[in-house]
Design a protein around this ligand. Sequence first.
Ligand SMILES: Nc1ncnc2c1ncn2[C@@H]1O[C@H](COP(=O)(O)OP(=O)(O)O)[C@@H](O)[C@H]1O
Ligand SMILES: [Mg+2]
Length: 228
Amino acid sequence: MTPTGALLTAGALRKTYGATLALDGADFGIHPGEVVAVMGPSGSGKSTLLHCLAGIVRPDSGEVRYRGRELSAMSDAERSALRRSDFGFVFQFGQLVPELTCVENVALPLRLSGVKRREAEARSTEWLDRLEVSDVAGKRPGEVSGGQGQRVAVARSLVTGPRVLFADEPTGALDSLNGERVMQLLTEAARDSRTAVVLVTHEPRVAAYSDREVVVRDGVARDMAGVA
Ligand SMILES: Nc1ncnc2c1ncn2[C@@H]1O[C@H](COP(=O)(O)OP(=O)(O)O)[C@@H](O)[C@H]1O
Ligand SMILES: [Mg+2]
């Protein structure tokens, strides 16, 4: 399955963990600038699908293509380079580095790709501003609220200008007010930069920020619009 103009596609993905069938022939497609919500009950295979799409988990069979290239045909080094240059990640619990300040956390992916400290921190400061958390720039993650920490994590995921943002239950640990604001800021920033967002969630209120919904049940993904 290669929809015209799709950025990232998956076809017939199967993945087992021992006796557990996590993915049972899942298809998926996303275009540049599109926000797709991956919905479904707990244990249905949402995270496994995201991990396969991001080249973190290798499916037993089926294929994932990013800009026409099959991920499984790349070497491990090529795949990690691709993840660093083209993909961004946000998880349920921000997973910030506790020893670094918030601005240093946002700057980290830039520093790892060789950007000088001054420039990395200047760009990170702009992103913190955009996510409305410039006031926590000098604080460590342990000193900020859950909502602030998650905005810092979103800033870190977008600072490198990824083409695809993978977000796995990004508001799962937040109250609804903070969750909604994080979703507003995340989708606004992603749409501005034409970043495609694969948004895993089981909350309809969060999925409401997407352009399209894909429902995963027992390892099978169904596009609710009938187009992928
Ligand atoms: N690393 C793993 N080892 C063993 N089983 C796993 C692993 N990851 C996921 N699973 C199993 O695969 C199924 C799908 O899991 P997952 O993709 O995490 O679902 P979801 O994100 O929808 O909650 C579940 O039954 C889960 O227990
Ligand atoms: Mg999950």
